[in-house]
Design a protein around this ligand. Sequence first.
Ligand SMILES: NC(=O)c1ccc[n+]([C@@H]2O[C@H](COP(=O)([O-])OP(=O)(O)OC[C@H]3O[C@@H](n4cnc5c(N)ncnc54)[C@H](OP(=O)(O)O)[C@@H]3O)[C@@H](O)[C@H]2O)c1
Length: 271
Amino acid sequence: MHFELTSETNFDFIFIFSDSFTLKMSPKSVLITGCNRGIGLELVKQFLALGSPPQHIFATFRTMSDELKKLGDENKNVYLLKMDITDIPSYHSIVKQVEEVVGEAGLNLLINNAGLLPTNRDLASVTPEDMRQAFEVNCVAPLFFTKEMFPLIEKAGKASGETGRSLSKAGVVQMSTAVASIAENTGGGLYAYRCSKSALNMSMKSMSQDLKDTGVLILAMHPGWVLTDMGGPNALITTEVCCKTMLETFESLSDKDHGTFLRYNNTPIPW
Ligand SMILES: NC(=O)c1ccc[n+]([C@@H]2O[C@H](COP(=O)([O-])OP(=O)(O)OC[C@H]3O[C@@H](n4cnc5c(N)ncnc54)[C@H](OP(=O)(O)O)[C@@H]3O)[C@@H](O)[C@H]2O)c1
């Protein structure tokens, strides 16, 4: 059976982006998980290409790739941090390493990008272990990593002295997927992936309520159906189009977007 990594109501082909030098998106620091390949790797490249690139780009990886190593070697503002996101006890040391670099300025933006699409996708093949692994990577890890990082993110918001929410000031992006939408699921299948990302959306929503007084902008984003190992060869957009458009969307987000579920091209997705 063939499953597509896009919603049944597909708006993935509508994209907008302008040249990077026109983007004013300018967090002083950003941490992205899962940067050795795919969307995470391209996000690092696109942050580096901004008119005002972040002073500190923390790129976590589980397996080093040549491309990520090169980005780290060639750019003083790229810090490579090894982390398996299911290793919750290691979070404390990652936070300490980030804190040593950013100090009292805090961390402006956390993008929980690392994710897992188990290979058993239909009702006949899905296993309890697929469900557990997907929940661990796609829901448990982003929730607890955000909790551990949050004091540094809140600090960045306060240090900015700005009013109103923005991802340049202080934000958390949970990388979700349109196939997590219950309202749009007419295709079935993808049990472990869909369920774990719907649960991620719910934990994002609760955090956005519980932490609303901190002024940190928290939301879930679908990056589009993207040509990566996960997206496969039939996907609709390149990592470059995905990440350029996402940064354009990031730039425009404000108070009204807190606790929402958006496509990379800034269109809402029904829960
Ligand atoms: N591509 C799409 O069409 C699409 C559509 C909707 C949503 N998304 C979401 O976008 C995000 C990125 O997707 P992608 O297409 O770039 O996927 P990808 O090419 O499969 O890359 C997945 C990334 O997650 C990392 N990762 C997985 N498990 C990990 C763990 N336990 N610890 C640390 N890192 C781990 C991988 O590291 P290793 O190399 O070490 O495994 C890799 O860097 C995911 O959250 C995905 O669900 C993608």
